[in-house]
Ligand binder design. Sequence first.
Ligand code: NDP
Length: 383
Amino acid sequence: MSAKKIGLLGSTGSIGVQSIEIVNEHSELFDINLLTANNNAELLIQQALEVQPECVVITNEDKFTLVQDVLKEKNINVMAGEKALEEAISSLDLDVLVTAIVGYAGLKPTLKAIEGGIDIALANKETLVVAGDLVTSNAKAKGVNIFPIDSEHSAIFQCLVGEKIEDVEKIYLTASGGPFRGKSREELAQITKEQALKHPNWDMGAKITIDSATLMNKGLEAIEAKWLFDLSFNQIDVVVHPQSIIHSIVQFKDSSMKAQMGLPDMRLPILYALGYPDRISSDLPRLDFANHHNLTFEQVDKNTFRNLDLAFEALKKCGNLPCIVNAANEIAVDAFLKDKVGFLEMSDVIEGCMSKVSYIEKPVYDDYVETDSLTRKMAQELL
Ligand code: NDP
């Protein structure tokens, strides 16, 4: 069997780096043909020299010469700019595209890959939050598989193997509760970005780390789950599980529950997504029950963590509302990381955009683009 040909969008990020690690450990099964980054030319060059892909893309065009100068002698094609991402995806003969770009920027290249019949290993949850309807219906029409990398969705995906989707009563997405579990709104008002960037269980990129601290991440995951598993609003719930050992739970119509568990390590869901339908042997660390005596569960506090409630409102109404939430959240998180807005005020920006940007019940692609752009402007005004 020949190795699966992989494109890796966002290779210089947290998921990107771990994906390369997994591919290197299983080079007989996987071969990376495309690496992409936005700004981090130095790491992209280093990765390309190690992995020897056919092509690399740096979306920041100012970095093109720097990357090209080193890689041209190595027979690696170098391209730059946003359009180049799409060109590379359609010109290379890829089997799977790992989407590990952060944010709305992941949408267009993912749609391009689907158009070309390339399976998706999806880390970039924002793609499904913004345009889940469009992405999943295009994938269905093209016979394209979407394999989840997000650990909760990978857990549900694993629990569903051998099951019928109509037998699912509901799912529980587990949430660690983030670094501020149990804090009051008064305490949250004082939170700094340095505190918010310290997640207790996971080491991730800055944006998802802040989303985990506000619980927006769990809201985005609920919307992602709706589209991945074709679930309704009433079938999606969240339970706080501070140890992050149980990665999510499916409850079936006969009352049985299946959960997937293991140490918090994103390399496992990456390996499962790339290897599916096979389970691939790995040396990843094993859970030792001697070190994990208590697995506990709590109700989630939607009053204190308003972002979760806002995302669930978007999940209920759908249309372009999740796209509005996503764009407002991206601007709010960016502003928080630049010390321009307080921790709790991020919810005010999102709620303001949800009430001010026009609701569209059945959006098409151009509506999403317009909604994203209008919301970003509105969020900047509200800041
Ligand atoms: P990082 O911030 O660590 O990495 C993001 C990657 O995307 C980098 O390679 C970055 O390039 C690239 N990038 C950023 N902006 C753009 C852009 N506008 N155009 C093209 N490329 C861009 O993020 P993570 O790896 O943490 O997360 C990636 C995605 O995976 C997110 O959607 C996140 O929600 C999801 N995810 C992450 C998990 C994790 O454990 N990290 C867990 C579950 C899901 P550069 O380095 O050059 O800036």
